[in-house]
Design a protein around this ligand. Structure first.
Ligand code: ADP
Ligand code: MG
Length: 467
């Protein structure tokens, strides 16, 4: 619970007494999730430094437990004047960081939390660059069918000694990981080559800077700055559409950098050819490197992302809940993350386990948005996914229990959730007779009343299918 360096240190004993006290106050569940993962680093000049695994946990702890912790500590050890929470991943993920207590970034228990403000040599040493989110690394990026190409290309760009794909153009819908990959590239290069100047900036910021330079008559400086970078990453380039003079400047900067063999990485919400309000010559320039797109997420990817996020939050989320969320929140990754955070925060707040019921309660607004009618095809698809059988077996004549039972459940749900008649349902299940459907419905009802876990499975499926 405390770092090795504190072995035999009175701080350790004090910490465990404080923890015991807090455990009594906030309850076991909240204790396990929020306080247990903390590591006390040191006490220096009245400031107690505590490391927590993630930024989310730090923010949560600050708003919910910081005061309580401070009180408990002061009672235990009057030397403690304030507590400083630091994010563990930001410490260990940094190059050249040994076990020293790092200088940056930290947020104290009293200071307001400002996310995405780290500035160190890696996090945008250049004043031109926006800070990089330490969570957006290649390691934290969950790869699936929809983003594997973009991921592989981004990695190649980050690892290349000289630019091979120039420019690297990354595009896709909102919240699908473009910015994440750009930060990952910038961080990777910055860590490997501290001597290189890496600038990550949003197109909006670029535009703003340029306009300011025009106003302050410092455009020469502006040009020099941007044209001397080794790697330039410009995010959301669709924002410069229609802005004539900024585009012009961007175009020249772009050409100058490419001609000097510097790497350029660009993101947008559309492919270069589909970008509106961008000059043709710029479009064709954007098209001549490597273009990679990120597609809409798949169920498997959403599930993978939820698992990874739950791990980062250090909370146990039942698999069924994750499946439910992955089925329901199909928009983008940001929404998915938001939903998980809400469910977790709610469960911690009311001190209850995460259940399907309270998940639905907490997310009712999000879930209602995905309201729609269920079809038999959808039911068959969901049920076969759930039981891990082939969709084909919904129609096949196979009678093995492993496929017959899911098929019966699908028929039951079809009866329950659609307005189709029994003969219609039968036909959709490989041309079966309506008496087979009746038999299936009875069988499922019977099993539901005799087997609680079976009933729960069916209920879960029903909830997933129902809007
Ligand atoms: P975009 O820039 O495409 O709008 P972001 O990169 O900002 O999207 O992604 C939105 C959120 O989802 C971020 O918190 C990001 O870390 C997360 N995210 C997106 N894709 C993935 C992924 N494949 N694995 C893990 N996190 C992801
Ligand atoms: Mg983005």
């Amino acid at each position: 619970m405390t770092s090795e360096k504190l072995d035999g240190n009175p701080l350790e004993a004090q910490w465990s007494r404080v923890l015991d006290k807090l455990r009594g106050e906030i309850g076991e569940a909240a204790f396990q999730s929020w306080l247990k993962p903390m590591i006390v680093r040191e006490l220096r000049d009245g400031r107690l430094r505590v490391a927590v695994p993630t930024r989310f946990m730090r923010d949560w702890t600050l708003t919910h437990y910081a005061e309580r912790m401070e009180r408990a500590w002061k009672a235990e050890n009057p030397e403690v004047a304030a507590i400083e929470f630091m994010v563990q991943s930001e410490l260990t993920g940094r190059v050249g960081t040994d076990n020293r207590v790092p200088r940056l970034p930290t947020a104290t228990a009293v200071a307001p939390v400002r996310p995405r403000t780290a500035t160190t040599s890696v996090d945008g040493r250049d004043s031109l660059s926006a800070p990089l989110d330490p969570r957006c690394t290649f390691g934290n990026f969950v790869v699936g069918k929809s983003n594997e190409f973009a991921y592989a290309a981004a990695k190649r760009v980050a690892e290349a000694e000289t630019p091979t794909f120039n420019p690297f153009f990354l595009y896709g819908g909102v919240g699908l990981g473009k910015t994440h990959l750009m930060h990952a590239i910038a961080r990777h290069i910055g860590e490997r080559h501290p001597e290189r100047s890496v600038v990550y900036v949003s197109a909006e910021k670029f535009m703003y800077r340029f306009i300011r330079a025009l106003r302050e008559r410092t455009t020469v400086d502006f040009k020099e700055h941007f044209r001397s970078v080794d790697v330039l990453l410009i995010d959301d380039v669709q924002f410069i559409s229609g802005k004539g003079s900024t585009q012009e400047e961007f175009f020249h900067t772009f050409n100058a950098l490419v001609d000097q063999g510097r790497q350029i990485v660009i993101s947008a919400d559309k492919s270069p050819s589909d970008l509106e309000g961008i000059e043709e010559r710029l479009k064709s320039r954007l098209n001549c490197g490597l273009v990679a797109d990120i597609h809409a997420t798949t169920f498997e990817l959403r599930l993978g992302i939820l698992q990874s996020k739950a791990e980062q939050l250090a909370v146990e989320v039942p698999r069924k809940i994750m499946e439910f969320l992955a089925h329901k929140i199909t928009g983008n990754v940001r929404e998915l993350e938001g939903a998980l955070n809400r469910v977790v925060a709610h469960a911690q707040l009311v001190g209850r386990d995460i259940s399907l019921e309270n998940t639905q309660d907490v997310l009712h607004d999000l879930l209602r948005a995905s309201d729609r009618r269920v079809t038999i095809e959808e039911i068959q698809k969901r049920v076969s996914e759930h039981f891990n059988i082939r969709l084909h077996d919904m129609h096949s004549a196979r009678r093995a229990r492993s496929v017959a039972r899911p098929r019966q459940i699908a028929m039951y749900l079809a009866k329950l959730l659609t307005i189709r008649s029994l003969p219609e349902i039968g036909r959709k299940f490989g041309g079966r007779d309506h008496t087979t459907v009746i038999h299936a419905v009875r069988k499922v009802e019977e099993l539901k009343s005799s087997d609680a876990s079976f009933a729960e499975d069916v209920e879960l499926l029903r909830r997933m299918l129902e809007a």
